[in-house]
Design a protein around this ligand. Structure first.
Ligand code: AHR
Length: 853
């Protein structure tokens, strides 16, 4: 498997590493957990030579933590019970909380690496408390519940016999209480070979060592580089050794998070146009988040209610009812934090109306001055009415008012207002400035619709692509797990169309038949991965995925191709990649469904590159188990995710150099450098720029990458940092955006190796200067990227003898103080000969695009 556990430079100071001749043959080991932090701290160990004096391994270091259910309220480990079976394997069971009839089980070969966790739902008792694990030619799990005792047997801690009630005598816990330096603890005492403990101490020390390095940041630079003089670097490019790399390396990952879709990229200006906002969108925490959200009545004589009898479409059940006894009042929508309109621009108004008479629609500013108006007519049945409004003045906080022109009952739904000037002028289109800012990065692909949004919060929240295509009034909105509402107005059709507009490959991600591992509890099923799609529904679930391929690529006469053609795109979208799963917990529940989906894709669509998942982190159980699964199933590509501090990126520049070239290719689907406080600044941007040089160098194994997340609306941000912030009128690209953009606009499809020599051999210095050289075969341009994460300048001498530069080159430099969030790249024309010098300013990223003969 991967090489993560290889010690990077054994510079760790610990007696453990030295070894000693007088080490004991065996010692006592104590496994325990505490109730601190509401039982979230996982399984700890302490060891003792004599069973009296105990030494904790780390400061209550968690060797394994519970992965069950929601972050915060769940992921708890109550009363873990650890035993060793005769084959030497270790096993632990624990209770998950005080109320569910579930226990967890996990095994480990060495108490350091812990495999997949399983969560078993028992059929007896009110809950599972104080489980005890016994081994006698097989496992027995005993547990207590409400004064009674139960037992279930298992051969493998995966499948279990029916639960039986047992006597109190049969429930025998070997728990002991031990005085540890941190206080008394209850757990199990074991006798083990010293090597078991030595290995655990070594693992703990290695973790500390790594974490210390990863925590390095530029605030320590004044001290770290106190005596550092300007550095000299010489780079010799070896174009004769050029090798092909992926031409899809830089793309984007769009997720409807931080109001990225409704109120963001999706150009609709009316909030809650369909009256489908629901208390459940925010898990009943906000009484104002309901069908009336963003709507109010201004004036007297009309009452405003919500009804659901005979809606336009069952997927869109709620609509507004205005009962008007005296005309004059209006139904008002306040947009997403107000509506921005610009003088002279046209806005497309539409609404479904039912009821006799006409409605005057006014676009008004904060002072209620009319900026544009039109009259829409209702009818005896639901009928869509449209008009184009031209704004007579600018406004940032406009509202839309709908005023019935006669008394009586009027029903309204799907009240919509779009700028006519959407990106590429499409109807139901995208906000032009935001869409263009993304397009300016020249993304080679777009991954959508998530992230967590793709696999959802529980089974019922899994993103269903079929709910997001077809007429808007028939699409099925749903709760967005980031705590708001998802109208599905920006759906699969719009995603595909946007990809096509940008010349980017579409990369839809479909849940692997399991929801997010952090899902809330589902009554009777437990939380998280316990709620996989039931096997009897898997055929249907898989058919939906196969249908997606037909929707994208089928002929206009095929069942799903017809739906695409009806939307205005008879030609196929040429889908080549499909992601299955999003950083899932690699559990048995996941693996069973994942295999079924992969097999079906291989059988029916061998032409599609399936991208699997290897969990949310750059190491650990999901990563290891995910890669094992990918190896065994020969998955063409896997999606890796890691959000790490800048120090991680600095110290892991060889991460992909170490990858086995014969295995699955990699899509680095989510990554970002995270500092405390989560800024997007020059420090994080340069750490990313530095790391991206290594992706280009490994562009034979890393085929795609995308920073995450992409968009964030000011005032509605659930996650920081993001690449592009925006409000209703302004788009604010970050310094990280400039890095991504410089890579996207200066990508190549050939990597030109080289040799860099520095006049300073300190490890800390060498790791903060990076370069990569690529060639774009279409233009024959050679692009040199140079990163300086040092507080001093680096004068570089670049030898290009192997590439014949034509003389002219364009140089772009992004530089600033590490905490600078507003720096922008500066471009100049320079002359480049076979050998040229260039000074890299402190904390800078330089891109030199060179014309060749
Ligand atoms: O990018 C934000 C979130 O990070 C994604 O939804 C999820 O995949 C990851 O945890």
């Amino acid at each position: 498997m991967k090489k993560l556990f290889i010690l990077i430079g054994l510079a760790v100071s610990s007696n453990v590493f030295a070894g000693a001749h007088n080490e004991p043959d065996s010692v006592y080991l104590f496994s325990y957990a505490t109730t601190k932090n509401s039982n979230h701290n996982g399984l700890h160990f302490a060891w003792s030579r004599d069973g009296k004096q105990w030494q904790p391994i780390g400061n209550e270091y968690p060797f394994v933590k519970s992965d069950y259910g929601r972050w915060g309220s769940q992921k708890r480990m109550l009363d873990p019970y650890v035993v060793q079976s005769p084959d030497g394997q270790w096993h632990a069971v624990w209770a998950l909380n005080e109320k569910e009839r579930l226990f967890a089980a996990v095994s480990s070969p060495d108490l350091v690496y812990w495999g997949r966790q399983t969560y078993h739902l028992t059929e007896h008792g009110e809950n599972v408390q104080k489980p005890v694990l016994g081994y006698n030619n097989g496992f027995s799990v005993y547990y207590a519940s409400n004064g009674k005792y139960y037992r279930t047997d298992s051969r493998d801690l995966k499948t279990y016999s029916a639960v039986k009630e047992v006597s109190a005598n049969e429930y025998q816990s070997r728990n002991v209480s031990i005085d540890l330096p941190g206080g008394k603890a209850t757990g199990q005492q074991h006798k083990v070979a010293w090597s078991v403990v030595a290995n655990m101490l070594q693992a703990y020390d290695l973790r500390q060592f790594k974490d210390q390095r990863y925590a390095e940041n530029t605030r320590q630079d004044a001290h770290r580089f106190a005596d550092l003089k300007p550095v000299k670097a010489s780079i010799v490019v070896q174009a004769e050794a050029a090798r092909p790399i992926s031409d899809l390396l830089f793309g984007v990952f769009f997720e409807d998070l931080n109001y990225a879709a409704d109120g963001g990229l999706y150009a609709e200006l009316i909030q809650n146009r369909d009256f489908e906002y629901a208390l459940s969108d925010k898990e009943n925490r906000d009484p104002h988040w309901n069908s009336k959200h963003s709507w109010s009545v201004q004036g007297t004589g009309s009452t405003f209610n919500i009804d659901s009898a005979q809606p336009i479409h069952p997927n869109n059940p709620h609509y507004a009812v205005l009962e008007t006894s005296a005309t004059g009042a209006s139904l008002v929508n306040s947009g997403f934090d107000g509506i921005v309109v610009r003088k002279g621009e046209k806005y497309v108004l539409s609404a479904f109306l039912k009821g006799a008479g006409k409605v005057k629609v006014n676009l008004v500013n904060a002072q209620r001055q009319i900026l544009a108006s039109a009259v829409l007519a209702g009818g005896g049945s639901w009928k869509q009415s449209k008009a184009v409004l031209t704004a007579s003045a600018d406004a940032t906080d406009a509202k839309l008012e709908l005023q019935p022109l006669q008394t009586g009952r009027l029903q309204l739904d799907m009240i919509s207002l779009f700028p006519q000037a959407t990106f590429k002028g499409h109807t139901n289109g995208l906000r032009a400035d935001l869409a263009q800012t993304i397009a300016d990065m020249h993304p080679r692909f777009v991954r959508f619709p998530g992230g967590c949004v793709a696999h959802g919060d529980g089974l019922h929240n899994i993103y269903q692509w079929k709910n997001t295509v077809g007429p808007l009034e028939a699409r099925k909105p749903q709760r967005n797990l980031w705590g708001y509402h998802q109208s599905a107005g920006l759906g699969y059709y719009e995603y595909f169309r946007y990809c096509e507009d940008m010349g980017a490959e579409p990369l839809p991600v479909i849940a692997a038949g399991v929801p997010c591992q952090n899902s809330g509890e589902v009554a009777g099923l437990g939380g998280g991965q316990q709620g996989g799609v039931p096997f009897e529904h898997m055929d249907e679930y898989i058919q939906d995925i196969l249908d997606l391929v037909e929707y994208a690529n089928g002929t206009a006469t095929s069942k799903w191709g017809k739906v695409r053609a009806a939307a205005g795109h008879p030609k196929p979208f040429n889908l080549k990649y499909v992601g299955i799963g999003n950083e899932d917990l690699i559990s048995d529940v996941f693996a069973e469904r994942y295999k079924m989906i992969l097999a079906a894709m291989k059988k029916h669509h061998p032409e599609i590159v399936v991208i699997g998942t290897v969990g949310p982190f750059s190491e650990g159980t999901d990563y290891v188990e995910g890669w094992k699964l990918a190896d065994s199933l020969a998955v063409p590509m896997v999606d890796e995710h890691y959000y790490q501090p800048p120090g991680w990126f600095i110290h892991n520049q060889d991460y992909y150099d170490r990858y086995d070239r014969s295995k699955s290719k990699v899509y680095l689907g989510e990554y970002a450098a995270h500092l405390p406080g989560r800024p997007n600044n020059i420090e994080t941007a340069l750490a990313e720029a530095l790391y991206l040089t290594t992706l280009e160098r490994n562009g034979d194994v890393v085929h795609m990458s995308s920073y995450a997340p992409l968009l964030a609306k000011e005032g509605h941000t659930q996650w920081n940092p993001d690449l592009i912030y925006f409000n209703n009128s302004t788009v604010k690209p970050t310094v990280g955006y400039h890095v991504q953009s410089l890579y996207g606009r200066n990508a190549g499809n050939e990597y030109l190796p080289g040799v860099m020599t520095l006049d300073n051999q300190q490890d800390a210095v060498k790791k903060r200067v990076a370069y990569s050289v690529v060639r774009d075969q279409k233009t024959k341009d050679v692009i040199v990227k140079l990163v300086n994460l040092l507080p001093v300048p680096v004068s570089t001498n670049v030898n290009l003898n192997s590439i014949s530069p034509a003389g002219s080159a364009v140089k772009t430099v992004l530089q600033g103080r590490p905490d600078d969030k507003t720096a922008a790249p500066v471009t100049s024309n320079i002359n480049v000969q076979n050998e040229f010098s260039n000074e890299l300013p402190p904390y800078s990223f330089t891109v030199i695009r060179i014309k060749t003969k």
